[in-house]
Ligand binder design. Structure first.
Ligand code: RUQ
Ligand code: CUA
Length: 651
């Protein structure tokens, strides 16, 4: 035990030293001595070659950048409320953030992953996990808006997620923390043997992307950290890293670092499908929200679901095998051919590469080295393809360039290391500033990587940018990887912590990007299609305002007869049918942010006036030369007043 503590202390110390000692010289020299600036320069009016989607970490959002420029295009609202577009505030989008724990308007978003067809990025959807209150979101890449959020029951710390299979059959959700399943009141000390980890397989409808929790696999009470699907020859398998195979429930930094090897769990999901078909599952009561946004009604619905199909890995042969992997592995990555499964043992100096062919062979010949809770353990030597020796300190994640090379991030030694698949030799290493988590190559976790750039996603920036008080930005660093040696091109700050990212050639997505919503197809319950329909209606203390907006006025723009104690619902339809003409809406004292309504869409803002008077509302988006004129008044009378409810325009 003492030895482990010492190693850990040394590693942490090394991190501290490293971060302070590394000068800026290397990176700066690289930039000066080459044409790095030219390589990232995208001239005014020109477009970037790639989209990059970066997770926002604790911001709960996802941001969209161009590569190579590093320009920020959009922040997509996913798991957190955003007053700018009223996501999570408007009546239409509030249901998106509903969970079995109630309304949860924030989360910790980690791993974006783009949908695939035949192992190649198809650019239809991008998925991202919420770590804290377990959820998976699907974002529609025609609108760049969150289309669906599915809560994951029996899970806690949804970290090994979402990661798509090569025809987007499934996205997964492995639990980072094992818990009592079903949840109950029990002593934490009884963790070992009693807590369980659930690996969830969420099916994705090939037509419309709709997600459904197909089944969960109940696993021993380890921590399931990360995952990647098999591809090509290993399609049909999914690989999850585990740590804390010690099943410690306290002081994990010591107690979960005892075992020399933890496991990569190889899950045969085709076998799981067979077991489901054969009825070998149990149906367990569960409690989880399924939230869906519709581009027709411009509204979300939230449904609570009540059960889940569960397969017990301890009882069903052939479903799961354990590949021993040193030591507390973090990432697990599969190369484009599907043959190599890389375990990034974060407390190990070496990278362990398993062979899928050898794994299948060992399974066929039943060459097992014991079992854990009924799950066969394969022999380390039998499945080993090779090791990348002494590559660095603290390996976390690996991506691939499609040219036979792997690129691994090393958190503690703060570098990216390029190595060769098959010979396992280190080819190049470059320092990063500082403490890289994931690296991303567009398509780098598919059969078909676009190996031109690598993005290093860094946790710590210290002196790299102008200081901004105690909290400084996280960052991304762009490398050109077309040559033998990696070349640093650019640093740019990110929004929140960029755990992982997904990149894709821009032309796959740009051509499908939606420009407007057709007003004629608007099925929102409170939409109006003509100004003749604009009106106000009272229903008890609810006032419904049916309003339209077009350059440069609201219809109606004068409203009287609202009283203190009323709940005023502004249902506003944007009549514009031109690209890039949203209008905004804000009203004084509004608690729910502002609206930003796309052409052809309808949104609702709830306003509960607290003061008697005549109060203005206005458009918040500078939409025309007469934007400043795009405004109106609402008169608020005392409770019990008998001013009649009326609305007008131009009278
Ligand atoms: S992840 S580096 Cu390794 Cu969720 Cu963050
Ligand atoms: Cu509409 Cu400004």
């Amino acid at each position: 035990m003492k030895k482990t503590v010492n190693i850990l202390v040394t590693l942490l110390f090394a991190l501290g030293l490293f971060s302070c000692n590394q000068g800026k010289s290397d990176g700066d020299k690289g930039a000066l001595s080459s044409n790095a600036a030219e390589k990232v320069y995208v001239a005014p009016g020109q477009h970037d070659e790639f989209y990059a989607f970066l997770s926002g970490g604790f911001s709960g959002q996802m941001s969209v950048y161009g590569l190579p420029s590093g320009r920020l295009f959009k922040v997509i609202d996913v798991f957190s409320q955003d007053p700018q577009e009223s996501y999570g505030y408007s009546e239409e989008t509030r249901p998106m953030l509903n969970t079995s724990f109630g309304f949860v308007p924030w989360d910790d978003a980690h791993h974006p992953d783009i949908s695939q067809t035949k192992g190649v990025l198809d650019g239809r959807w991008i998925f991202i996990n919420a770590n804290n209150t377990p959820r998976i979101a699907r974002i529609d890449l025609t609108t760049f808006e969150t289309a669906e959020i599915l809560e994951i029951p029996n899970s806690a710390g949804n970290h090994s997620s979402p990661f798509v299979t090569e025809n987007t059959e499934y996205v997964v959700a492995g639990t980072r923390f094992s818990v009592p399943i079903p949840q109950r009141d029990m002593s934490i000390k009884d963790y070992k043997g009693k807590f369980k980890g659930a690996l969830s397989f969420v099916s994705v409808d090939p037509e419309n992307g709709g997600m459904e929790l197909a089944f969960q696999i109940l696993m021993p009470g380890f921590d399931y950290d990360l995952a990647h699907p098999g591809r090509d020859k290993s399609h049909g398998w999914f690989f999850f890293t585990t740590y804390n195979t010690e099943e410690a429930n306290s002081l994990l930094e010591v107690n979960a670092s005892q075992n020399d090897k933890d496991f990569i769990a190889a899950v045969n999901w085709k076998k799981a499908e067979e077991y489901i078909k054969a009825g070998k599952f149990k149906t367990m009561p569960a409690d989880y929200a399924h939230n869906v946004y519709s581009d027709e009604t411009h509204s979300a619905t939230s449904t609570m679901l009540k059960e889940v199909k569960v397969l017990d890995a301890s009882e069903l042969p052939g479903l799961v095998y354990f590949l021993p992997t040193p030591k507390s592995p973090h990432g697990v990555d599969v190369d484009p051919s599907g043959e190599y499964i890389i375990g990034n043992g974060k407390l190990s100096a070496n990278l362990t590469v398993h062979s899928f062919t050898k794994m299948m062979d060992a399974i066929e010949n039943k060459k097992f080295d014991g079992e854990a809770y009924g799950i066969p353990i394969l022999k380390f030597e039998d499945v080993l393809a090779g090791t990348v020796n002494q590559a660095g300190l603290g390996p976390l994640h690996t991506e691939f360039d499609g040219e036979g090379n792997g690129y691994t991030s090393f958190f503690i030694s703060s570098e990216v290391v390029k190595w060769k698949l098959g010979t396992w030799e280190v080819l190049d290493r470059k320092p990063v500033y500082y403490s890289v988590g994931h690296v991303m190559i567009p398509g780098g976790n598919s059969r078909n990587p676009y190996g031109k750039y690598l993005l290093s996603l860094n946790k710590i920036t210290k002196d790299r940018f102008l200081p901004t008080g105690p909290e400084v930005t996280q960052s991304a660093q762009l490398f050109d990887i077309t040559g033998d040696k990696m070349e640093l091109l650019l640093d740019f700050p990110t929004i929140g912590e960029p755990h992982y990212a997904a990149g894709i050639p821009a032309d796959i997505i740009a051509k499908n990007s939606r420009k407007i919503f057709k007003l004629s197809e608007n099925k929102h319950k409170y939409a109006i299609k003509t100004t003749q329909e604009a009106r106000v209606e009272r229903n008890g203390n609810e006032v419904h305002v049916y309003m339209s907006m077009i350059r440069s006025h609201f219809t109606p723009d004068n409203i009287e007869g609202v009283k203190i104690g009323d709940k005023v619902y502004f249902h506003i339809t944007n009549f514009e049918q031109d690209f890039d003409v949203p209008h905004g809406f804000a009203v004084i004292g509004g608690h729910n942010g502002e609206l930003l309504i796309m052409p052809g869409a309808t949104e609702t803002l709830l306003w509960e006036p607290t003061k008697v008077g005549v109060w203005p509302f206005y458009c918040t988006d500078f939409c025309s030369a007469l934007h400043q004129e795009m405004s109106g008044y609402v008169r608020v009378s005392p409770a019990g007043s008998n001013v009649p409810l009326t609305s007008s325009l131009g009278e």
